[in-house]
Structure formats: structure tokens, C-alpha cells
Design a protein around this ligand. Sequence first.
Ligand SMILES: *Cc1c(COP(=O)(O)O)cnc(C)c1O
Length: 417
Amino acid sequence: MTPMHFQEAGTDAAQVFAEMEEARQGDVDWRRGRLGAYVHFGGEDVLEVAKGAYLRFFSENALGQKAFPSLRKFETEVIAWAADLLHAPADAMGTLTSGGTESIFLAVKTARDLARVERPHVTRPEIVAPVSAHPAFDKAAHYLGMKVRRVPITADFRADVDAMKAAIGPDTVMIVGSAPAFPHGVFDPIADIAALARERDLWMHVDACVGGFLAPFAVRLGYPIPAFDFALDGVCSMSADLHKYGFTAKGASVVLFASEAWRPHLVFEFDNWPRGKYSAPTFGGSRPGGAIAAAWAVMRYLGVDGYVRIAKQIMAARDRMIEGIGAIDGLYLVGKPELAVLSYSSHELDMFAVAERLGDKGWFVSPMSEPPGIHLGMLTLAHVPIVDEYLVDLAVAVDIVRTGKLTAGSRDVSYGG
Ligand SMILES: *Cc1c(COP(=O)(O)O)cnc(C)c1O
């Protein structure tokens, strides 16, 4: 056990690494597909490219744009490629961030600061979002002195646009849709929400943290995905996570804005200290060069073809998973997910007990609250080889719960923490 007081003497590097290996013994084996969240695997080759790029730029800091034109180039190109992929207008701009939460934070902040100019009478600006939207909107609103009105979703788990319309009030400045939302993996009717935004002259954000780097490739494979990006008139900003289906290092997401004219509301500038003018487009100051370099390298390495190749395998695995879950008596798939975020439930079984029995088999299971069920998380290449094994274990778990009439000891549905 490492002493809890900070030791005076240093430790031999080999010993340090040995202790780290020991510390990870209890970690979930994501490489064997035991985990549905938190890690996104795009293949060993992709991982090697990401790591090589990250290590090359391990020490560089993207706060220093003038010192590191390399990082500026990488960031500019990643933003341009993402903008291209998501049909952003020629006048679009954006920034790389540390993740989806920061991308959403910056979109909310930009919308708020624009509203301060355009709607000076609004003192406590509001966001109208479907209840399925990510907590990052509430987190941002909490930090930014705003309020989120969460609106119920329809029976098919999509945003209820009429309900959203009814929730819009004099203080509403922003409305939100997810492509797809994390709980049930379904796309909100983004076209209808964008139309509503135009009608009411509101900022519309599309949260494509999950879908931004998967949906465009699923479209190319012929999967039916509704329009969800800047091709729709009225979309003002989008978040898309590179560290999810972009398969790059953690600490990389992109937030895009339809117009360069909004940049002053995005960037924070400050001059009232002895060091001179400070300027940053992100929440953080120092930014890891490695994360930016890895994002650039992986996108450059894969190209559209590479992403399509990976998406094809993931989508095939999710097709088999959907079919397999549907074939197990007593289970049903929640909604009609377009991509590879899946969840399933039951009208008759205690799903928390099923989750525990699956956990006994070594799967890291994520129970969810509404409907009570199991969230498979986001399928990636780590799950392609394990679909059959998972379905066999799931069928056994269901059988144990059904015949044993078991109920669960725990009903913990937490995500994160
Ligand atoms: C993951 C996710 C986020 C937040 O992204 P982080 O990278 O965890 O900060 C936001 N929205 C959706 C739909 C997500 O899946």
C-alpha cells in the first residue's frame, strides 16, 4: 500500500510502474469488451497511431498558439475536417475542447453571451431541452447562471417538439436536440427542432457528442439516419466527441459554430493584470498538445474510408446484438436506436437482478432508471468479438432470474463517479 503521506524519498521508476500494474488489477478488462462505456476502441493500429502522436507532442501546450504553429495547424485542420463532415457553412468556426462537456459548455456560453447583446431584457436566460439531453447542459447552466427546462419525451423516447414549443418562454435563448441522446440511443427530431428554433429566433444546439463521428459513416453504409447536422437550416452549434467514435485520445472533442461572427462571444479575453493581454477560446488555459496531435493523426490515418470500415463492423455487431436481445424471451430493446448506443428492458423481469447475474459473469453492467433496464453503452470494436458470448450469458442471467424469481439487492443506476 502506498503511504498516504507524501514520501520524502523518491521511488525507483521500475517500482513505480510495478505498483501501477498492481493497482490496475481490479480494473474492468475493456479490451475483452467487458465494459460498454468510458472507452472507445477503434483497433490496435488506430491506438498505436494515437499513442505515437500523443507522445510526440506530450509536452507541448496549445495555450501557446504562437509558440507551436504545429498545434495550431493540427487544430485548424481537425476543425475544418469536422466542419466538412457535418456540413458546416463556409463561414463556420470552432475549437477543440477537452471533451463533450466542455464543448457543450462553450456552446451554452456563446449563446448566452450573444443573448446578452441581442436580448438585454433577459436576466436569467433559459435552455429548453428534452429530458434525455446530457447533464452537461445543466452543469453549464449551473456555472453560467442559467436555467434548463427539461421537457418530457415521446413514447418512442425522442424529443417532444410540441412540448418543447410549449416550454419556450420570454427568457428562453437556446433549444437543444441530441443526435443521438445517450440514455436510449435515439435521435431527436433535429429538423423539427431546428425549424422551431428558426420560427422563434432561438439558438439551436445539436449535441452530436456520440453521433458526430459515427452517424456520417453509418449514412455512407446506407443506414437510415435522419438529417441532424448543419445541413439543416437553424442549427447554430454542434458538439462532436473525437474521444468517442473519433477513436482518439481522451481529452478531445470539437464544438462548431455556424458563424465566425459569434467568435467574440466564445473567446475569453482579459487585460487587467501585469502580464498583458490573455486570450483563450476554451474553459481551460493550458491544453494538452498530445490530445490535439492524436486527434489530427487518427483522422489523417483513417480518412473517411477508415472510419467507414470501422463503422461497418460496429454497426454489424449492433445489428447482431439487437437481434439477439430481441430473441431472448422477456426482453425488449428500448426504442429504435439508429447507431450503437443500445439499452434493453423487460415488462416482466427485475432488470436489476438480471444486471447482477450478468455482473456475476464478469461483465461491467450499467443498469438504467427509465425504463428500468440495462444500458449497453456505446459499442466499439472491443465488442465485435464478444456479441455471442454476451448474448449467451444474458440468456442464462434472464433464465436464472425468471426461474429463481430473484430480485436485486442493489438499484444503483449511477453513471460516472
Ligand atoms: C458523452 C456525452 C457528452 C459528454 O461528453 P464528455 O466527453 O463525457 O464530457 C455529452 N452528450 C452526449 C450525448 C454524450 O454521449
